[in-house]
Design a protein around this ligand. Structure first.
Ligand SMILES: [Zn+2]
Length: 66
């Protein structure tokens, strides 16, 4: 399984995960791998199918006698 392509940007002493697909910039991290992980987590949101808000409603509790 390939890792999602990620990009990072160094700003001063910190590195931020960035997204080439939108203008997202992650929080400043002191560790590069942490910034990369932020970017990967963000990228997964792009790849994940958008959930239909109308389909996420939970069913009301059913009657046990039903
Ligand atoms: Zn993005």
């Amino acid at each position: 399984m390939d890792r999602p392509s990620t990009t990072t940007a160094h700003r001063g002493r910190f590195v931020h995960g960035t997204c080439p697909r939108c203008a997202w910039i992650g929080p400043g991290r002191r560790a590069l791998f942490t910034a990369e992980r932020d970017a990967e987590t963000h990228a997964e949101e792009h790849d994940a199918p958008l959930a239909d808000p109308s389909a996420t409603t939970s069913d009301p509790p059913r009657s046990p006698a039903g």
